[in-house]
Design a binder for this molecule. Structure first.
Ligand code: ZN
Length: 377
C-alpha cells in the first residue's frame, strides 16, 4: 500500500466517512473514473475534489504545499478543470461537445486529468445524453467528479454511471472553529463571515482576507438599517452604492491577476498565456457573480437574525456586530413578516440565476424588504 500524506484533506471537517473512503481509494490506487459527490452547499464537495486531484498529481500523494498542489488550489493547474453550467438554464450541448473533445487530449503536466463539474442537477436530457458515453468510459487517465447539492436533482442516467459519495452538512460550530483557526478572526467575525459566504468555509476564509468584501458587507448592513426611512430615490441610490461596493473585490482580484500575469509571462508559452487569460476572465466573472450573491446572503442572514430575535433566541444571531440595530427592528417585526422578507430575497436570487440585470434585482429586493419593514405585522 502506498503512503498518503493527509494534509490536503485537513480542511475537510465533519466528513470523516467521505474522506476516509476517498483516501482509501487513493492509497490503494483504485480511484474510480467517475464520482458523484452529493451534499449541501458548504459540505466541502469542491474541496474534496481538489484534494483527490492533489493525491493524483502530487509526488507525495497530496502534501498541500508542492507546486502541483498549490496550482490545483489556485485553479491554475492545466490538468485540473473546474466546469460550471455554461447557460442560464444549465449545461448546454455545445459546452458538452467541447468538453468531450478536451477530455480526449493527453494531460499537459500530470499523469492524469481531473474534471470537476459543478451543479450537475442542471443537465437537461439532451446535454446529458451527449455526455453519457464519456462519463461511462472516459480515457484511462481521466477522472470525472460531478457535484450536486441534492441527489434527486441529478438525472438517473448520469447518477447511475458514477460512484456516489455522500457529504453530510457541517455543523456551524465546526465550520466556525476551522475559520477561526485558519484566519485568527474572533468567533463573532467568523460567524458573520460564514453567514456572508453562504456557509462555504473557503469562501468565508477569503472573505475575512478581503478588505473589499468586508466593506461591502458593512455597506449592506448600513443600508438595511436605514431602509425604513429612505424615500424611493434613496433606495435607487442605495442599490447603486451596493453594486459599487461589490465591484471593489473584483478590482482587488484584477490587481492580483496582473501580478501573476507579469510573473508568468517570463516562463509561459503563448498558448499558456492565452489559457491564463481565459482563466482570469472566468475568475472575474465568478467574483462579480459572488459579489451579487453575497448581497443576498448578507441580507438573508440579517433577516434571519431579526427572525431569531423575534422568536426570543438571540444566541442564534449570526451578525453579532449589528445585533443592537437588529434588535430594534426585531422588536416590531413579526415572524410572518420576517419570513416574507426571506421569501423576497429568495426570489431575488432566482432572478439573478436567470440573468436579470443585477441593478434591477437589487433595487426590487430593497423595495420589497422596505415594504416588509414598514408593514411588519
Ligand atoms: Zn503536493
Amino acid at each position: 500500500m502506498t503512503r498518503v500524506t493527509t494534509s490536503v484533506w485537513n480542511d475537510l471537517v465533519g466528513q470523516r466517512r467521505a474522506t476516509a473512503f476517498l483516501k482509501r481509494a487513493a492509497a490503494s490506487g483504485t480511484i474510480a473514473h467517475a464520482y458523484l459527490f452529493v451534499g449541501p452547499t458548504g459540505a466541502g464537495k469542491k474541496s474534496a475534489a481538489r484534494a483527490l486531484a492533489c493525491t493524483l498529481f502530487c509526488p507525495d500523494l497530496g502534501c498541500g504545499s508542492c507546486p502541483a498542489c498549490r496550482r490545483i488550489h489556485s485553479g491554475s493547474h492545466p490538468d485540473f478543470h473546474l466546469v460550471a453550467p455554461g447557460g442560464v438554464a444549465g449545461y448546454v450541448i455545445e459546452q458538452v461537445h467541447e468538453m468531450i473533445r478536451d477530455v480526449h487530449l493527453k494531460p499537459i503536466e500530470a499523469s492524469h486529468k481531473v474534471y470537476v463539474l459543478e451543479d450537475v442537477g442542471r443537465f437537461n436530457e439532451s446535454s446529458a445524453n451527449a455526455f453519457l458515453k464519456t462519463l461511462e468510459e472516459p480515457p484511462e487517465d481521466v477522472v470525472i467528479i460531478l457535484l450536486a447539492d441534492d441527489y434527486d436533482d441529478v438525472l438517473p442516467t448520469i447518477a447511475s454511471r458514477c460512484q456516489v459519495v455522500r457529504f453530510s452538512p457541517v455543523a456551524e460550530s465546526v465550520a466556525r472553529a476551522l475559520v477561526v483557526e485558519r484566519t485568527g478572526a474572533s468567533e463573532d467575525e467568523a460567524k458573520a463571515a460564514l453567514a456572508a459566504a453562504g456557509n462555504v468555509i473557503p469562501r468565508a476564509i477569503a472573505f475575512l482576507n478581503s478588505a473589499g468584501r468586508r466593506n461591502a458587507r458593512a455597506t449592506i448592513m448600513s443600508i438595511l438599517k436605514r431602509l425604513t426611512v429612505m424615500d424611493g430615490h434613496d433606495v435607487l441610490l442605495a442599490a447603486r452604492e451596493l453594486l459599487t461596493a461589490v465591484r471593489a473585490p473584483v478590482e482587488e482580484m484584477k490587481e492580483i491577476q496582473a501580478e501573476e500575469a507579469d510573473a508568468a509571462r517570463e516562463y509561459l508559452s503563448k498558448g499558456g498565456v492565452t489559457t491564463m487569460e481565459k482563466r482570469h476572465k472566468r475568475e472575474l466573472t465568478a467574483q462579480e457573480r459572488d459579489g451579487i450573491t453575497e448581497i443576498m446572503s448578507v441580507t438573508e442572514s440579517w433577516l434571519r437574525d431579526c427572525l431569531v430575535m423575534a422568536k426570543g433566541m438571540p444566541e442564534l444571531v449570526a451578525n453579532v456586530d449589528t445585533a443592537d440595530a437588529t434588535a430594534e427592528v426585531a422588536a416590531v417585526l413579526s415572524v410572518p413578516a420576517a419570513l416574507r422578507g426571506l421569501d423576497r430575497v429568495r426570489a431575488a436570487r432566482e432572478r439573478i440565476a436567470y440573468n436579470v440585470s443585477p441593478q434591477l434585482v437589487v433595487e426590487a429586493m430593497l423595495f420589497d424588504i422596505q415594504e416588509v419593514l414598514r408593514c411588519p405585522r
